[in-house]
Design a protein around this ligand. Structure first.
Ligand code: SAH
Length: 363
């Protein structure tokens, strides 16, 4: 082929090549006289090597590279800025192609490095104690935007801690199940031999608890782990601190979790904040135990991270001790996760793009 590049796409905005399904790419390649196996070569550049320009696809002819460039965009995420915590946690503010900003966090603990990634710009839900909930949901992240956060953090993990990521958690900004299709496609890519080849059981999706979508996720049989932000096993209290939960009562949530367990044989992790004057009574503790007994589960108590404008407070340490003792007596395993990166607002519930307004730091 010689002369002017072939332009099949005469729309002013070109499609991002990472948004193309493989068969779509194959039929495009067919239309320009290329064999289907080129789609696999291109896929490798896009998902395993994470290249940022068509010129880097060096096993394709110059001609094909230029045809691709004429017909597709190849967008990448940029690190807008980063902040380093005293505990070695690093928070990244990441710019999406439409200039929206999201945050992703790299958390080293002992011999593990966890990447905490965002699933939405803002959040669809309204948990009263969470900073992200105060931003309105602007949009869902696409599959490649989700995936590229993991890729970028993998690269940064090598750079800062000289080791690959050991875990990925969907616990950043947003409600992952409200971005279902893209999150599932990204999860598949993370564990795929065509992607990062990470074991799915090292990946956790954290949800505020949407029963219908928990069932749907169980049906996908991805081998991942599920965490549910419970925070209260009392419907009235839960509704007060997580108003959206009016639509998803605890009984219905429990049924979906039993379904999850029956399908996946994976225990559920309940995430739980112990807040002063909210859920710090004997009744709260007993209700949690009763709830946990009804489905194979464990509890991860998380430290409350102060959010500007909120007047919640972590309950007295003796209450947490009582929670742990009571659960232990009922044979429910529990752990306590102390905050990481709270000095840079990188801890749970503190992601709200504050970094965006600060000047860029070097990475
Ligand atoms: N929407 C999902 C994932 C994002 S939040 C979910 O709700 O699970 C990740 C975790 O941080 C959730 O357990 C959430 O309840 C918790 N969280 C939110 N605000 C917090 C805060 N101020 N302090 C501590 N944890 C918080």
């Amino acid at each position: 082929m010689t002369g002017d590049p072939i332009v099949l796409n005469n729309k002013t905005s070109k499609k991002n090549i990472r948004d193309c399904a493989k068969d779509e790419l194959e039929s495009f390649l067919h239309s320009v006289g290329e064999p289907p196996y080129r789609a696999s070569q291109i896929d490798q550049w896009l998902w395993q090597k994470n290249i940022s320009s068509f010129e880097q696809m060096t096993n394709l002819s110059l001609q094909l590279r230029s045809v691709l460039k004429e017909n597709f965009d190849l967008n990448s995420l940029d690190i807008h800025s980063s902040q380093h915590s005293n505990d070695r946690t690093i928070k990244y503010s990441i710019r999406l192609p439409d200039n929206c900003l999201i945050e992703a966090v790299l958390i080293p603990v002992d011999n593990r490095v966890t990447a905490c990634i965002s699933s939405q710009v803002g959040c669809s839900l309204d948990c009263t104690f969470c900073a992200t909930a105060k931003m309105k949901r602007t949009r869902n992240l696409s599959k490649w935007e989700l995936y590229q956060q993991v890729f970028i953090l993998q690269h940064m993990s090598f750079q800062h801690y000289q080791m690959p990521l050991t875990n990925v958690v969907f616990m950043g900004m947003g409600e992952p199940l409200m971005n279902f299709k893209n999150v599932v496609n990204c999860l598949q890519m993370i564990s795929s031999p065509h992607g990062l080849m990470m074991s799915p059981w090292r990946v956790t999706v954290s949800t505020s608890g949407i029963p219908k979508l928990i069932r749907k996720l169980a049906d996908q049989q991805l081998g991942i782990r599920l965490a549910v932000s419970l925070h209260s096993a009392n419907q009235e209290i839960r509704e007060k601190i997580m108003p959206f939960s009016k639509r998803f009562p605890l009984d219905e949530l429990l049924e979906s979790l039993i379904y999850w367990y029956n399908k996946t044989k994976q225990k559920i992790t309940f995430e739980y904040l112990v807040l002063r004057d909210i859920n710090d009574t004997h009744q709260d503790i007993d209700q949690l135990l009763e709830y946990c007994k009804r489905v194979p589960s464990k509890v991860n108590f998380i430290e409350y991270n102060p959010v500007e404008g909120d007047d919640f407070q972590q309950a007295d340490p003796s209450v947490l001790e009582l929670y742990k003792k009571t659960l232990k007596r009922g044979r429910i395993h529990s752990t306590f996760r102390s905050s990481r990166g709270s000095d840079i607002d990188a801890a749970c519930g503190q992601l709200a793009n504050k970094l965006a307004s600060k000047s860029s730091n070097s990475i």
